[in-house]
Design a protein around this ligand. Structure first.
Ligand SMILES: Cc1ncc(COP(=O)(O)O)c(C=O)c1O
Length: 464
């Protein structure tokens, strides 16, 4: 046979094998769907980290046996695991309670004349500082309404770097700063720039739900590391060590934490960061609640040896949620890639908004007042909670308290709907922050004390 015929024959074999792989993937998806249906009936979560880990070990061993590159096999497995999760979530779509469904329900009640207490959203109840509004108006009057550099105007980047340098005793340069549309876009750009398809991302649960959705959107695989109230929401370092693999693209951290209010002890935080540095994994540290810290909080930026992306925002600290402005700090290729995607997405943040953000960084007094207000609410709510059949961790920071009901079989999504329907209080079910938290729910502290008092009275009544 000629060499050309041999190539044609081999290509035919490859076509046949590729087809067989697809048949197997389709068969695997059918099995996943069936498992998903059974899990749904039995009230089990979609993902089981121990089963996923077992599969990873199997694939690693098998790759060695077959002489395959384990990294390639693990990435393929991760793609398959991602597909299983999508299929199994699809089985229960429609029956799930989401934050959007709670907000929709609350709106319906309000439209029919009910007064609802909103403890479901993390939006500060205080307005932006007067000086911010003035600066915004002045910027508009001066015609600062044009396109700017994608990464932000130099005076704002300079002001952000100086602000952080003053607070954290650093020497950040303005070219490490990228101004974004809220912390949300900074997170999106960070994940897009760091996660390869099939790459793993370690997330400590309970977690802000956007992390998981972003990672999956960009083809990555979430490796969840659950934490618990009983362990003071502290992640197990040994577990993290075991779960970091050659395919880990990112570790996401969020302290002060949404929803638990946890700030990690200094030695635990250092342990995690050192581990990431040793293994060459980038840490994405979401510190949008850094100002609401009621005990010392060390930023990732203070750990200079660690490759990191720091994210923060003007939304929570200054009551500027609707301004949609935040920022990220990083360097090198990651920062370049984030800037490129931001340019492609929205060109730049409105010029006048950027000018108002410079003014915000000069509003130290208003910031202190906001933080003090929330600190007083934490004290008040923590005291009142002792009278209710709920356990919780007294927040070290942030804007929320994550409550755990002791009653066996408590399903916080059903509870949240009932609380809203009957007692007109909206809260966020725990499942939204991780599948293992069905007996938890989150209340936000973004309401004045008298409203929080009334909400707690109604929650107490609902649980009696
Ligand atoms: C943990 C966390 N990160 C980021 C954000 C995004 O906030 P923004 O886009 O308004 O800055 C939020 C908002 O709730 C959050 O809770």
């Amino acid at each position: 046979v000629s060499e050309e015929d041999r190539i044609a024959g081999l290509r035919g074999d490859i076509r046949r094998l590729t087809e067989e792989i697809l048949y197997l993937v389709a068969e695997r998806s059918k099995l996943s769907e069936e498992i998903g249906r059974l899990k749904w009936i039995m009230g089990m979560p979609v993902q089981d980290p121990s089963v996923e880990q077992e599969l990873r070990c199997l694939v690693r061993d098998k790759s060695v046996e077959l002489g395959l590159d384990p990294m390639l096999s693990l990435r393929l497995l991760n793609l398959l695991l991602g597909e299983s999760v999508t299929v199994q979530r699809g089985v229960r779509a429609g029956g799930e309670v989401s934050i959007a469904s709670i907000i929709r329900k609350a709106r319906e009640l309000e439209a029919s004349g009910d007064h609802v207490i909103h403890l479901e959203v993390g939006e500060p109840d205080f307005p932006p500082p007067r000086r911010v509004v003035e600066a915004l108006k002045q910027a508009l009057d001066s015609g600062l309404t044009r396109y700017t550099e994608t990464v932000g105007i130099a005076p704002l980047r300079e002001a952000i770097a100086e602000h952080l340098n003053r607070r954290l005793h650093l020497d950040l340069k303005q070219d490490q700063v990228i101004v974004t549309s809220g912390g949300r876009l900074a997170l999106n750009l960070a994940v897009a720039a760091s996660v390869k398809p099939g790459g793993e991302v370690l997330i400590f649960e309970p977690a802000y739900p956007a992390y998981k959705r972003l990672v999956e959107h960009y083809g990555g695989v979430v490796v969840s590391i659950p934490t618990s109230l009983e362990e003071g929401w502290t992640p197990d370092l040994e577990r993290v060590k075991d779960l970091i693999s050659g395919s880990t693209d990112l570790i996401i951290m969020n302290y002060p934490n949404n929803p638990t209010g946890k700030i990690l002890d200094e030695d635990v935080f250092r342990g995690l960061v050192e581990l990431a540095s040793e293994r060459g994994v980038t840490v994405l540290s979401d510190e949008v609640y850094m100002d609401y810290a009621f005990k010392p909080h060390r930023s990732i930026l203070s750990h200079r040896d660690c490759r990191s992306i720091f994210v923060s925002s003007f939304s929570k600290s200054y009551g500027m949620t609707g301004f949609r402005i935040g920022y990220a700090i990083s360097d090198g290729e990651v920062l370049k890639s984030m800037a490129e995607l931001e340019g492609l997405t929205l060109t730049c943040i409105p010029e006048f908004i950027q000018h108002s953000a410079i003014a915000a960084l000069e509003c130290e007094d208003e910031l202190s007042e906001n933080v003090e207000k929330v600190r007083r609410r934490v004290e008040y709510v923590s005291k009142r909670l002792r009278e209710l059949p709920l356990s919780s961790y007294k927040p070290d920071g942030g804007l929320y308290i994550f409550l755990k009901a002791g009653r066996p079989g408590f399903q916080s999504d059903r509870y949240a709907l009932n609380l809203l329907q009957k007692y007109k209080v909206a809260v966020t079910p725990g499942k939204i922050f991780g599948e293992g938290y069905t007996n938890h729910f989150r209340v936000s502290l973004c309401q004045p004390e008298d409203i929080l008092e009334e909400a707690l009275r109604r929650i107490g009544e609902s649980l009696s």
